[in-house]
Design a protein around this ligand. Structure first.
Ligand code: M6P
Ligand code: ZN
Length: 189
């Protein structure tokens, strides 16, 4: 039997950076079609801000193993819709995930394949259980970076296509200084 080598790595709670992790940067230009207000999207595209960074320590896609990653989701809005991650189902749909809020104010939108949605607010110390089959997207509803840790099966995989095509049934926007979760006018059933 060949055993893998255990290891410890340092997570900087302030910046969200995990040492030795693979860094993924997602800019606005990576998210065409994701936000409802296309005019606001095109306008902000002139600046093409970084929406979020992911610091991931990933293993081979094998059953039983675990990956983990932090995400630093920056504050901002496209029109009145808060900055968010792409969101995904797991390629292996029945794989679950755990999120731990580290910093800032945000939340998670979850959705079943039938489009039934849930919104769970997150802050430092909030642990969110993402059950099997639920798509998940995080959203920054604050004025500071929203930082969280995610732990997920190494063989879960990411299915971005379904969300890219159909979106989530709900969107999270600011209306009269309030955070409102409402029906997505572009949601394709
Ligand atoms: C979490 C995990 C990662 C994911 C990241 C960004 O850290 O769920 O697997 O990649 O968030 O979210 P997305 O992949 O939807 O852009
Ligand atoms: Zn996931």
């Amino acid at each position: 039997m060949e055993y893998k080598e255990p290891f410890g790595v340092k997570l900087d709670f302030d910046s969200g950076i995990i040492e030795k992790a693979k860094k993924i940067v997602r800019r606005l230009s990576d998210m065409k079609g994701y936000y409802v207000n296309e005019e606001a999207y095109e306008e902000l595209l002139k600046e093409n801000p970084v929406i979020y960074e992911v610091y991931a320590i990933e293993q081979e896609e094998k059953e039983g193993d675990l990956n983990f990653a932090t995400t630093v989701l920056h504050p901002g809005k496209v029109g009145n819709e808060f900055f968010m991650t792409k969101g995904h189902y797991h390629a292996k749909l029945d794989r679950a995930e755990i999120y731990v809020g580290l910093k800032g104010k945000g939340g998670m939108l979850l959705q079943t394949p039938e489009g039934e949605a849930r919104w769970i607010e997150m802050e430092e110390g909030t642990i969110v259980y993402v059950p099997p089959y639920w798509a998940h997207r995080t959203i920054n509803i604050g004025k500071e970076p929203f930082i969280f840790l995610a732990i997920y099966p190494a063989d879960a995989g990411h299915d971005y296509g379904t969300i890219a095509e159909k979106g989530f049934s709900k969107i999270v926007v600011e209306e009269e200084n309030r955070i409102v979760v409402k029906d997505n006018p572009k949601w394709k059933d």
